[in-house]
Structure formats: C-alpha cells, structure tokens
Design a protein around this ligand. Structure first.
Ligand code: DSN
Length: 408
C-alpha cells in the first residue's frame, strides 16, 4: 500500500473509504478471476503528474507541444509490449478492454459484417456480440459455444459453423472458459474461410507470458488484452497486431475511439511489462496455474461439480445446482465470510444472468500474496464446507480461517 500524505487532509471522507477498501483487500481472499493485485511500482506510476498532460496523437506526432517526455514514456510501453509478446506492432492507448475490442472490429470491418465469437453464457464477453452491447448492435454476431456433455469447445463444430456463416472475423479468447484455448486451430479456421483472426486474451495474457498457455500473437492478425487480470498491471488495455494492420488499428484507437490518452496509465502499463519480463514473474504465472489445479481438485474431491470437470487456466466455475442454491446465493455467502468470487452463468444455464447457477473462482490475487498448494487445499475445503453447509457456525469458522490466512 502506498502512503498518502495529502488525501487524508484534503478529503478525509474519501480517504477513509479508500482505507476501508485497502482493509477489505488485505483481510479477504480475493478470488474474482479477473482481479489481481498490482504492484506498488505500478500503482505509483499510475498516480503521477503524467495525468496532467494532453498528448493526442502518437509518439513523435502529437497535437500538443511539451510531449517530449510523454513520447519517451509511451514509446517505452510500446517497445516493451512488443518485446514481451513478440508482436510486430503495439498500441498501448486503449483505456479499457471494451473500447479496445470495438476499435479492433471497426479497424477491420464495416458495421453489419459477420463476426463468429463465443456465446456469453458459455464463457464469452459482453463485447463479443451480446445484444445489449454496442458490439452486438453494430455488427452481426453468430455465436459458437461449448458442447453440452463435455462443456468444452469442439473445434470441428466451430470449423463447420465458420464454413456455413462465412464470417469476416473469427474471435477467440474468453472470460469464463476454464480450458486452454486452441488459438492456432482458431487461426487455421479463420485462414480457411478467409476471415480475420482476432483473439481477446485478456484473462490469460499473464499465463501466455509465463509459458503456461499458448500465445495467439504469432498466429492471429489482431490480439487484444486488458492489462489488469493475470497480467497484473493497471486497469487498462492494449492491442497487438501484425504490421499490415498497424495503421488501421492506430487510426481507430485515436482519433476513432478516444481523445487524449491516459499517459499515467500508459506509464503504469510500461512498469507492468518490465515486471513481466523477469523470471520471478514467469514463476508467479506458473504458480497461478498450479494453484488453480490444486484448488479445482480439492473442490471436486469435496464433491462439488466444476464446469468441464476442472481447469487448465487460472479460473474454474462451480455449478451450484447440485447444492440447491444459486450462484448468487453462494457468492454472497462466501463474501459474507471474506471470500470474494463472482456469480456467473454456466453453459446451458436455466437461470437468469442476475441470479445464475455458477460461481467463478480464480487464483491470480491469492498467488500474488504468495499462497501456494497447501493454502489452496485449505481454501478449497473452506469453500466446499461453507457452500454445503452455510450455517452461522460454519460462517464463523470460515471467517476465523480467512482472518488467520490473510494476517500471515
Ligand atoms: N468483467 C471482466 C471479467 O470479470 O471477466 C471481463 O471484462
């Protein structure tokens, strides 16, 4: 946590709320799969005077004077992103993943064009063409999903659908699919049907850096990632692409989608990329995946049903149906005891998105706190015991164990 010298005096009301959130993060088991704990160096970069500077344009081509240092900072972020992921081109300006996805679609396609992407309730994302999202309103999405029996993607079915609907773009990369994404097969199918290959690797970008998951960068035309999740940077996004798409992507991010870039956040991304080049970081990513496997095995050994029967990544989804509770009830009970997860749709869910059947759990933040296999076993048992038997007595017992673990 970074000491604050001015905020407590200038705005004690706000500072007190931040103190409470710091305490919640410290005292809880943060298991929301898309959350993580950015390093103090990342937080420091995000809280600098760089926020004062307008720098519309790109390094060397700004619409404002006085951008000589900002140029160097943004170039550092670009160079590091390219090196980290082995990309031909990087745009580090997207403020967030949703806008970055839209920028990719608009850079490559015309409104109304067909995109083949994963169904949201099978693990996709709102911006992968859900009707309530601008993506779904502006482009014609056709969705693939998982198979009912395995709850995994059958790539032969994806290929058959691609041949039938002839999309202009095929999108892979998911938010609640616990299995490895066969990126090179997606790219192969895209090539076969003459579509662009795009990946949204937001959830697994850190695992890609750690060598735990196949990278989509060599095989895909365009790859988007947020920088928050396994990657452990600031809340933001980047787009990586082949050189031939560089101009289109840059033009669509600015001036297409955004004005002045958030240079303080770009600086924080640069710090994250530097951290991600270390051996320690790679070990951290490997531990995230090991922890997820151990947690999943523990939950299943305790009798809980996991979607697809396990995980290859940092996340897993408990199906609460056999427990006789909804995912929301389960997630609320866990949160009451300081274990934070999110309720989530499961494939072929018969319940509604606001009260679905699943709970999604992830290990990035627990691993960032140094927790390993023994802690995963304790946490798995704790979660299973509580969900099976959410009595006041069990809740008190859980709260005690959470306090004990997080105070270490
Ligand atoms: N909302 C994020 C998640 O939790 O997966 C994705 O944007």
């Amino acid at each position: 946590m970074i000491p604050r010298h001015h905020l407590p005096i200038v705005d004690p009301e706000l500072d007190a709320l931040i103190v409470q959130e710091e305490k919640r993060q410290h005292d809880g088991l943060l298991m929301i799969a898309s959350e993580n704990l950015a390093s103090d160096a990342v937080l420091e970069a995000a809280g600098t005077v760089l926020t004062n500077k307008y720098a519309e344009g790109y390094p060397g081509k700004r619409y404002y004077t006085g951008a000589q240092y900002i140029d160097q900072i943004e170039q550092l972020a670009i160079d590091r992103a390219k090196k980290l992921f082995g990309a031909e081109h990087a745009n580090v300006q997207p403020n967030a993943g949703s806008g970055a996805n839209l920028a990719c679609y608009f850079a490559l396609l015309e409104p109304g064009d067909t995109i083949l992407a994963m169904n949201l309730s099978h693990g996709g994302h709102l911006t992968h063409g859900h009707p309530v999202s601008l993506s779904g309103k502006l482009f014609h999405f056709v969705h693939y999903g998982v198979e009912q029996d395995t709850e995994m993607i059958n790539m032969d079915n994806v290929a058959a659908l691609a041949r039938e609907v002839k999309p202009k773009l095929i999108l892979s990369g998911f938010t609640s699919y616990p299995r490895a994404v066969p990126f090179s097969r997606f790219a192969e199918i895209a090539r076969e049907v003459g579509a662009y290959a795009m990946a949204d690797m937001s959830h697994i970008a850190g695992l890609v850096v750690g060598g735990v998951h196949e990278s989509p960068v060599p095989t895909h035309d365009v790859v988007m990632t947020t920088t928050t999740k396994t990657l452990r940077g600031p809340r933001s996004a980047i787009i990586l692409c082949k050189e031939q798409f560089a101009k289109q992507i840059d033009k669509m991010v600015f001036p297409g989608m955004q004005g002045g870039p958030l240079e303080h956040i770009i600086a924080a991304k640069a710090v994250c990329f530097k951290e991600a080049m270390t051996d320690e970081y790679k070990k951290y990513q490997q531990q995230i995946a090991i922890n997820a496997k151990v947690l999943a095995e523990t939950l299943m050994a305790e009798g809980l049903r996991l979607v697809s029967g396990g995980t290859d990544t940092h996340l897993m989804i408990i199906d609460c149906t056999p427990l006789g509770i909804s995912g929301k009830q389960g997630a609320d009970t866990l949160a009451e005891c300081g274990i934070y997860a999110n309720f989530n749709m499961i494939p072929f869910d018969t319940r509604k998105p606001a009260d679905p059947s699943g709970i999604r759990l992830g290990t990035p933040a627990l691993t960032a706190r140094g927790m390993k296999e023994p802690e995963m076993k304790v946490i798995g048992k704790l979660i299973a015991d509580l969900l099976k038997n959410p009595t006041d007595e069990q809740k008190e017992k859980t709260k005690g164990t959470v306090r004990e673990m997080t105070s270490k």
